[in-house]
Design a protein around this ligand. Structure first.
Ligand code: ATP
Length: 365
Protein backbone atom coordinates (compact mmCIF):
# COMPACT_ATOMS: atom_id res chain seq x y z
CA UNK A 1 0.00 0.00 0.00
CA UNK A 2 1.24 3.46 -0.81
CA UNK A 3 0.85 6.54 1.34
CA UNK A 4 0.39 9.62 -0.84
CA UNK A 5 1.09 12.99 0.73
CA UNK A 6 0.39 16.23 -1.09
CA UNK A 7 -0.07 19.12 1.33
CA UNK A 8 0.67 22.73 2.15
CA UNK A 9 0.85 24.27 5.60
CA UNK A 10 2.12 27.63 6.77
CA UNK A 11 3.88 27.75 10.16
CA UNK A 12 4.77 31.37 10.91
CA UNK A 13 7.48 32.29 8.39
CA UNK A 14 7.95 28.67 7.41
CA UNK A 15 6.01 27.20 4.49
CA UNK A 16 5.63 23.44 4.27
CA UNK A 17 4.79 22.40 0.70
CA UNK A 18 5.44 18.70 0.14
CA UNK A 19 4.31 16.03 -2.23
CA UNK A 20 5.61 12.46 -2.23
CA UNK A 21 4.54 8.81 -2.29
CA UNK A 22 5.71 6.37 0.36
CA UNK A 23 5.38 2.74 -0.77
CA UNK A 24 5.67 -0.33 1.51
CA UNK A 25 9.10 -0.43 3.08
CA UNK A 26 10.96 2.41 4.75
CA UNK A 27 10.63 5.94 3.40
CA UNK A 28 13.20 8.11 5.10
CA UNK A 29 12.53 11.83 5.44
CA UNK A 30 16.01 13.33 5.35
CA UNK A 31 17.02 16.95 5.76
CA UNK A 32 18.80 19.47 7.92
CA UNK A 33 17.40 20.59 11.23
CA UNK A 34 14.41 22.81 10.52
CA UNK A 35 13.77 21.43 7.01
CA UNK A 36 10.31 20.25 8.05
CA UNK A 37 10.70 16.52 8.74
CA UNK A 38 8.79 16.42 12.02
CA UNK A 39 6.11 18.70 10.62
CA UNK A 40 5.50 16.22 7.79
CA UNK A 41 5.21 13.37 10.29
CA UNK A 42 2.78 15.42 12.37
CA UNK A 43 0.70 16.18 9.29
CA UNK A 44 0.48 12.47 8.44
CA UNK A 45 -0.35 11.67 12.07
CA UNK A 46 -3.18 14.20 12.10
CA UNK A 47 -1.49 16.32 14.76
CA UNK A 48 -0.92 19.23 12.37
CA UNK A 49 -3.71 20.23 10.00
CA UNK A 50 -2.67 21.15 6.45
CA UNK A 51 -4.04 24.38 4.98
CA UNK A 52 -4.64 22.55 1.74
CA UNK A 53 -4.01 19.24 0.05
CA UNK A 54 -4.71 15.55 0.43
CA UNK A 55 -3.28 12.54 2.27
CA UNK A 56 -4.37 9.03 1.38
CA UNK A 57 -3.28 5.50 2.17
CA UNK A 58 -4.10 3.62 -1.02
CA UNK A 59 -7.82 4.38 -1.37
CA UNK A 60 -8.40 5.41 2.26
CA UNK A 61 -8.46 9.21 2.42
CA UNK A 62 -7.05 10.54 5.68
CA UNK A 63 -7.24 14.20 4.78
CA UNK A 64 -8.75 16.11 1.90
CA UNK A 65 -9.13 19.86 2.35
CA UNK A 66 -11.36 20.16 -0.72
CA UNK A 67 -13.73 17.37 0.34
CA UNK A 68 -13.67 18.37 4.03
CA UNK A 69 -12.17 15.06 5.17
CA UNK A 70 -9.94 15.06 8.26
CA UNK A 71 -9.76 11.66 9.94
CA UNK A 72 -8.93 12.16 13.64
CA UNK A 73 -5.59 10.87 14.99
CA UNK A 74 -7.04 7.86 16.82
CA UNK A 75 -8.82 6.64 13.69
CA UNK A 76 -5.85 6.90 11.33
CA UNK A 77 -4.45 3.49 12.37
CA UNK A 78 -0.95 4.75 13.02
CA UNK A 79 1.93 3.48 15.09
CA UNK A 80 4.20 6.26 16.37
CA UNK A 81 7.72 5.76 17.71
CA UNK A 82 9.54 8.77 19.11
CA UNK A 83 13.16 9.49 20.03
CA UNK A 84 12.55 8.37 23.59
CA UNK A 85 10.71 5.13 24.31
CA UNK A 86 8.05 6.86 26.49
CA UNK A 87 7.08 3.63 28.27
CA UNK A 88 4.84 3.62 31.35
CA UNK A 89 7.21 3.04 34.30
CA UNK A 90 4.63 1.34 36.52
CA UNK A 91 3.71 -1.27 33.91
CA UNK A 92 5.59 -4.41 32.87
CA UNK A 93 7.01 -4.68 29.37
CA UNK A 94 4.10 -6.98 28.49
CA UNK A 95 1.51 -4.44 29.65
CA UNK A 96 3.34 -1.64 27.86
CA UNK A 97 3.26 -3.71 24.68
CA UNK A 98 -0.44 -4.42 25.03
CA UNK A 99 -1.28 -0.81 25.86
CA UNK A 100 -0.98 0.14 22.19
CA UNK A 101 -3.69 -2.42 21.37
CA UNK A 102 -6.05 -1.23 24.07
CA UNK A 103 -5.63 2.40 23.02
CA UNK A 104 -6.60 1.36 19.48
CA UNK A 105 -9.66 -0.55 20.68
CA UNK A 106 -8.15 -3.95 19.88
CA UNK A 107 -8.75 -6.99 22.06
CA UNK A 108 -6.49 -9.87 23.12
CA UNK A 109 -2.77 -10.23 22.74
CA UNK A 110 -2.66 -10.13 18.96
CA UNK A 111 0.74 -11.03 17.60
CA UNK A 112 2.49 -10.43 20.92
CA UNK A 113 4.67 -13.54 20.69
CA UNK A 114 5.71 -13.03 17.09
CA UNK A 115 6.43 -9.32 17.58
CA UNK A 116 8.37 -9.94 20.81
CA UNK A 117 10.39 -12.60 19.01
CA UNK A 118 11.07 -10.39 16.01
CA UNK A 119 12.35 -7.64 18.30
CA UNK A 120 14.27 -9.99 20.61
CA UNK A 121 12.34 -8.95 23.73
CA UNK A 122 10.65 -12.28 24.60
CA UNK A 123 12.83 -12.57 27.69
CA UNK A 124 11.94 -9.11 28.96
CA UNK A 125 8.15 -9.32 29.14
CA UNK A 126 7.89 -9.33 32.95
CA UNK A 127 10.44 -6.56 33.53
CA UNK A 128 9.68 -2.95 34.39
CA UNK A 129 11.04 -0.28 32.00
CA UNK A 130 13.51 1.01 34.64
CA UNK A 131 15.45 -2.25 34.23
CA UNK A 132 15.80 -2.01 30.43
CA UNK A 133 18.72 -0.60 28.46
CA UNK A 134 17.98 2.28 26.09
CA UNK A 135 18.06 -0.07 23.09
CA UNK A 136 15.76 -2.59 24.77
CA UNK A 137 13.30 0.13 25.78
CA UNK A 138 13.23 1.44 22.22
CA UNK A 139 12.54 -2.06 20.88
CA UNK A 140 9.61 -2.30 23.31
CA UNK A 141 8.32 1.04 22.03
CA UNK A 142 8.51 -0.29 18.47
CA UNK A 143 6.69 -3.47 19.57
CA UNK A 144 3.97 -1.40 21.25
CA UNK A 145 3.44 0.52 18.00
CA UNK A 146 3.33 -2.69 15.94
CA UNK A 147 0.82 -4.40 18.23
CA UNK A 148 -1.65 -1.62 17.59
CA UNK A 149 -1.77 -3.16 14.07
CA UNK A 150 -0.98 0.11 12.30
CA UNK A 151 -1.45 0.70 8.61
CA UNK A 152 1.33 3.31 8.74
CA UNK A 153 4.30 3.33 11.08
CA UNK A 154 5.77 6.73 11.92
CA UNK A 155 9.26 6.77 13.42
CA UNK A 156 10.74 10.14 14.31
CA UNK A 157 14.51 9.69 14.83
CA UNK A 158 14.00 6.52 16.91
CA UNK A 159 17.75 5.97 17.28
CA UNK A 160 18.81 9.56 17.95
CA UNK A 161 18.93 9.17 21.73
CA UNK A 162 21.01 5.95 21.63
CA UNK A 163 24.80 5.59 21.67
CA UNK A 164 26.60 3.84 18.78
CA UNK A 165 26.59 0.28 20.27
CA UNK A 166 22.87 0.56 21.08
CA UNK A 167 22.18 1.83 17.53
CA UNK A 168 24.12 -1.10 16.10
CA UNK A 169 22.10 -3.47 18.27
CA UNK A 170 18.75 -2.16 17.08
CA UNK A 171 19.42 -1.70 13.33
CA UNK A 172 19.07 -5.42 12.46
CA UNK A 173 15.61 -5.40 14.10
CA UNK A 174 14.60 -2.42 11.98
CA UNK A 175 15.84 -4.27 8.89
CA UNK A 176 13.59 -7.19 9.83
CA UNK A 177 10.74 -4.79 10.37
CA UNK A 178 11.28 -3.39 6.89
CA UNK A 179 10.96 -6.89 5.44
CA UNK A 180 8.07 -8.06 7.62
CA UNK A 181 5.85 -5.12 8.59
CA UNK A 182 3.88 -4.96 5.32
CA UNK A 183 2.99 -1.31 5.81
CA UNK A 184 4.64 1.97 4.82
CA UNK A 185 7.15 3.12 7.44
CA UNK A 186 7.90 6.86 7.52
CA UNK A 187 11.25 7.27 9.23
CA UNK A 188 12.85 10.61 10.09
CA UNK A 189 16.62 10.74 10.12
CA UNK A 190 19.50 13.02 9.38
CA UNK A 191 22.04 10.23 9.70
CA UNK A 192 23.21 8.95 6.31
CA UNK A 193 24.57 5.67 7.68
CA UNK A 194 21.06 4.91 8.94
CA UNK A 195 19.57 5.99 5.62
CA UNK A 196 21.92 3.67 3.73
CA UNK A 197 21.02 0.73 5.97
CA UNK A 198 17.28 1.20 6.22
CA UNK A 199 15.72 3.30 3.49
CA UNK A 200 13.98 1.82 0.49
CA UNK A 201 12.79 5.25 -0.58
CA UNK A 202 14.27 8.62 0.28
CA UNK A 203 12.59 12.02 0.47
CA UNK A 204 15.09 14.86 0.84
CA UNK A 205 13.56 17.96 2.37
CA UNK A 206 14.99 21.44 2.17
CA UNK A 207 13.25 24.53 3.55
CA UNK A 208 9.89 22.79 3.76
CA UNK A 209 9.98 21.46 0.20
CA UNK A 210 10.92 18.17 -1.43
CA UNK A 211 14.30 18.74 -3.03
CA UNK A 212 14.32 15.25 -4.51
CA UNK A 213 12.77 11.86 -3.82
CA UNK A 214 13.24 8.40 -5.22
CA UNK A 215 14.78 4.98 -4.65
CA UNK A 216 17.55 5.19 -2.06
CA UNK A 217 20.21 3.69 -4.34
CA UNK A 218 19.44 6.31 -7.02
CA UNK A 219 19.58 9.28 -4.68
CA UNK A 220 22.69 8.19 -2.80
CA UNK A 221 24.60 7.81 -6.06
CA UNK A 222 23.37 11.10 -7.50
CA UNK A 223 26.31 13.55 -7.69
CA UNK A 224 23.99 16.54 -7.43
CA UNK A 225 23.00 15.37 -3.94
CA UNK A 226 26.56 15.35 -2.59
CA UNK A 227 26.11 19.01 -1.62
CA UNK A 228 23.21 17.95 0.63
CA UNK A 229 24.74 14.77 2.04
CA UNK A 230 28.22 16.25 2.54
CA UNK A 231 31.38 15.05 0.79
CA UNK A 232 32.49 12.91 3.73
CA UNK A 233 29.22 11.02 3.99
CA UNK A 234 28.40 10.78 0.30
CA UNK A 235 28.48 7.29 -1.14
CA UNK A 236 26.36 4.67 -2.78
CA UNK A 237 24.64 1.47 -1.65
CA UNK A 238 25.05 -1.77 -3.56
CA UNK A 239 23.19 -5.02 -3.18
CA UNK A 240 25.57 -7.93 -2.75
CA UNK A 241 25.18 -11.67 -2.33
CA UNK A 242 27.38 -13.68 0.00
CA UNK A 243 29.36 -16.25 -2.02
CA UNK A 244 31.81 -17.67 0.49
CA UNK A 245 33.58 -17.09 3.77
CA UNK A 246 37.31 -17.66 3.35
CA UNK A 247 39.50 -19.04 6.15
CA UNK A 248 41.70 -15.96 6.20
CA UNK A 249 39.01 -13.63 7.53
CA UNK A 250 37.38 -12.27 4.40
CA UNK A 251 33.96 -12.80 2.85
CA UNK A 252 33.47 -13.01 -0.91
CA UNK A 253 30.47 -11.08 -2.17
CA UNK A 254 28.97 -10.94 -5.63
CA UNK A 255 27.88 -7.52 -6.88
CA UNK A 256 26.57 -6.81 -10.35
CA UNK A 257 29.92 -5.37 -11.42
CA UNK A 258 32.14 -8.15 -10.12
CA UNK A 259 33.43 -9.44 -6.78
CA UNK A 260 33.95 -7.66 -3.47
CA UNK A 261 36.04 -9.00 -0.63
CA UNK A 262 35.19 -7.61 2.80
CA UNK A 263 36.30 -8.51 6.33
CA UNK A 264 34.17 -11.47 7.44
CA UNK A 265 30.51 -10.53 7.28
CA UNK A 266 28.30 -12.47 9.70
CA UNK A 267 25.74 -13.56 7.11
CA UNK A 268 24.84 -16.87 5.53
CA UNK A 269 26.17 -17.89 2.13
CA UNK A 270 23.50 -17.01 -0.44
CA UNK A 271 21.98 -14.16 1.60
CA UNK A 272 21.67 -10.66 0.20
CA UNK A 273 23.23 -7.66 1.87
CA UNK A 274 23.43 -3.93 1.41
CA UNK A 275 26.91 -2.49 1.27
CA UNK A 276 27.53 1.24 1.60
CA UNK A 277 30.63 2.45 -0.20
CA UNK A 278 31.78 5.95 0.64
CA UNK A 279 32.91 8.13 -2.26
CA UNK A 280 36.07 9.12 -0.44
CA UNK A 281 37.13 5.47 -0.04
CA UNK A 282 37.07 4.70 -3.78
CA UNK A 283 40.28 5.13 -5.77
CA UNK A 284 40.37 5.26 -9.55
CA UNK A 285 43.02 3.59 -11.69
CA UNK A 286 43.34 4.09 -15.45
CA UNK A 287 44.61 0.51 -15.90
CA UNK A 288 43.95 -2.64 -13.91
CA UNK A 289 46.41 -2.31 -11.03
CA UNK A 290 48.92 -5.05 -10.26
CA UNK A 291 50.92 -5.53 -7.08
CA UNK A 292 48.34 -3.67 -4.99
CA UNK A 293 47.22 -4.51 -1.45
CA UNK A 294 43.60 -3.46 -2.08
CA UNK A 295 41.50 -6.55 -2.80
CA UNK A 296 38.65 -4.96 -4.68
CA UNK A 297 39.06 -3.87 -8.27
CA UNK A 298 35.97 -3.35 -10.39
CA UNK A 299 35.96 -2.41 -14.08
CA UNK A 300 33.82 0.73 -14.43
CA UNK A 301 32.66 3.34 -16.94
CA UNK A 302 32.58 7.04 -16.10
CA UNK A 303 28.97 8.26 -16.18
CA UNK A 304 29.57 11.84 -15.12
CA UNK A 305 32.04 14.15 -13.44
CA UNK A 306 30.99 16.97 -11.18
CA UNK A 307 33.36 19.62 -9.94
CA UNK A 308 32.79 21.10 -6.50
CA UNK A 309 33.96 24.46 -5.19
CA UNK A 310 37.16 22.98 -3.78
CA UNK A 311 39.83 20.74 -5.32
CA UNK A 312 37.56 17.72 -5.52
CA UNK A 313 35.66 16.09 -8.34
CA UNK A 314 32.81 13.65 -7.77
CA UNK A 315 33.06 10.94 -10.38
CA UNK A 316 29.96 8.83 -10.99
CA UNK A 317 30.88 5.35 -12.15
CA UNK A 318 28.87 2.50 -13.59
CA UNK A 319 29.86 -0.86 -12.17
CA UNK A 320 27.65 -3.52 -13.73
CA UNK A 321 24.08 -2.40 -12.95
CA UNK A 322 25.23 -0.37 -9.95
CA UNK A 323 26.43 3.18 -9.65
CA UNK A 324 29.41 4.10 -7.51
CA UNK A 325 30.68 7.52 -6.52
CA UNK A 326 34.37 8.34 -6.18
CA UNK A 327 35.84 11.56 -4.84
CA UNK A 328 39.18 12.43 -6.37
CA UNK A 329 41.12 15.66 -6.79
CA UNK A 330 40.83 17.63 -10.00
CA UNK A 331 44.56 17.06 -10.44
CA UNK A 332 44.10 13.26 -10.35
CA UNK A 333 41.13 13.42 -12.69
CA UNK A 334 43.21 15.40 -15.18
CA UNK A 335 46.27 13.19 -14.78
CA UNK A 336 44.19 10.07 -15.41
CA UNK A 337 42.44 11.69 -18.36
CA UNK A 338 39.03 10.85 -16.89
CA UNK A 339 36.14 11.72 -19.15
CA UNK A 340 32.49 10.77 -19.50
CA UNK A 341 32.13 7.43 -21.25
CA UNK A 342 35.73 6.47 -20.51
CA UNK A 343 36.58 3.16 -18.88
CA UNK A 344 38.77 2.69 -15.82
CA UNK A 345 38.95 0.69 -12.58
CA UNK A 346 37.46 1.43 -9.16
CA UNK A 347 39.66 0.27 -6.31
CA UNK A 348 38.46 -0.25 -2.75
CA UNK A 349 40.32 -1.52 0.30
CA UNK A 350 38.38 -4.27 2.05
CA UNK A 351 38.70 -2.58 5.42
CA UNK A 352 37.37 0.70 4.00
CA UNK A 353 33.83 -0.62 4.42
CA UNK A 354 32.81 -0.28 8.08
CA UNK A 355 30.96 -3.28 9.57
CA UNK A 356 28.04 -0.92 10.38
CA UNK A 357 27.80 -0.11 6.66
CA UNK A 358 26.89 -3.69 5.78
CA UNK A 359 23.25 -4.47 6.41
CA UNK A 360 20.94 -7.44 6.01
CA UNK A 361 17.23 -8.11 6.13
CA UNK A 362 16.87 -8.25 2.34
CA UNK A 363 14.75 -10.88 0.67
CA UNK A 364 16.87 -13.73 -0.62
CA UNK A 365 16.32 -15.24 -3.99
N1 ATP B 1 3.95 25.80 15.47
C1 ATP B 1 4.91 26.41 14.78
N2 ATP B 1 4.88 27.73 14.58
C2 ATP B 1 5.84 28.35 13.85
N3 ATP B 1 6.88 27.71 13.30
C3 ATP B 1 6.97 26.39 13.49
C4 ATP B 1 6.00 25.66 14.22
N4 ATP B 1 6.34 24.36 14.23
C5 ATP B 1 7.49 24.27 13.51
N5 ATP B 1 7.86 25.48 13.07
C6 ATP B 1 9.03 25.79 12.23
O1 ATP B 1 8.96 24.95 11.10
C7 ATP B 1 10.26 24.58 10.69
C8 ATP B 1 10.35 23.06 10.52
O2 ATP B 1 10.32 22.45 11.79
P1 ATP B 1 10.42 20.87 11.94
O3 ATP B 1 10.43 20.56 13.41
O4 ATP B 1 9.37 20.24 11.13
O5 ATP B 1 11.84 20.59 11.30
P2 ATP B 1 12.74 19.28 11.39
O6 ATP B 1 13.30 19.08 10.03
O7 ATP B 1 11.96 18.15 11.97
O8 ATP B 1 13.87 19.74 12.38
P3 ATP B 1 14.73 18.87 13.47
O9 ATP B 1 15.63 17.96 12.68
O10 ATP B 1 15.50 19.94 14.18
O11 ATP B 1 13.76 18.15 14.33
C9 ATP B 1 11.22 25.15 11.72
O12 ATP B 1 11.76 26.34 11.19
C10 ATP B 1 10.34 25.42 12.89
O13 ATP B 1 10.86 26.50 13.66
Amino acid sequence: MTLSVNIKRRLGDFALDVSFDAPDGVTVLFGRSGSGKTSVVNVVAGLLRPDEGRIALHDRVLFDAGAGVDVPVHKRRLGYVFQEARLFPHMSVRDNLLYGRKASGLKGQGDLRRVAQMLGIEGLLDRRPARLSGGEAQRVAIGRALLSEPEILLMDEPLAALDAPRKAEILPYLERLRAESGCPIIYVSHNLAEVARLATHLVVLEDGKVLKDGAVSDLLSDPSMVRVFGVRDAGSVLTAQVVDHADDGVTELKVSGGTLWLPTVPAEVGSHLRVRILAQEVLIAADRPVGLSALNVLPVTVLSMKRGDGPGVIVQLKAGDDTLLARVTRRSADALGLHEGGTCFAVLKSVAVAPADVGGGLQSG
